[in-house]
Design a protein around this ligand. Sequence first.
Ligand code: 4NP
Length: 166
Amino acid sequence: MKKVKSHYKILFVCLGNICRSPTAECVLRNLFAQRYPAILVSFDSAGTAGYHIGKPADSRTRSAAAERGYRIDSIAKQFSPEMVSQYDLILAMDRENLLSIQSLFKTRPSNVRLFSEFLSDKWPQDVPDPYHGQRDGFEYVIDMIESATESLAEFLIKQNLESQDR
Ligand code: 4NP
């Protein structure tokens, strides 16, 4: 019998869940809805730290995104180890947060990976934390995230084909 298709669930994780990961969640949700409406995927985000739990995204994050037509309305939440089994793929926005997540487990969960795996080599491995910087840092974060769209779509199309083969 053919398996009922379900959404592939992706969680982006940064430190505070008010700058990088909510941007990834919102930008990729919008771009996938526009460009790849047939791909069944949902996007969410969390932070390894709990400083901003319950707060909306940073106002600079929201305004930089709004200028490109993205409306970020997520509320910050903290990453918890159960999320590893609740999401198909967890993408840490930088190596520090990847290590923070991995340190919660005895063996490294295979679905926890680095966001920049979906970027070309012209980008740095870490999405730089824009929190203490200037406006251009927030725009750079959006540039990096937009650049991952196509390779993430290729990955998801492959996942979907593989799950249909099974
Ligand atoms: P994010 O940025 O991890 O991209 O959400 C940060 C937000 C807040 C802080 C650090 C980074 N903070 O130190 O409060």
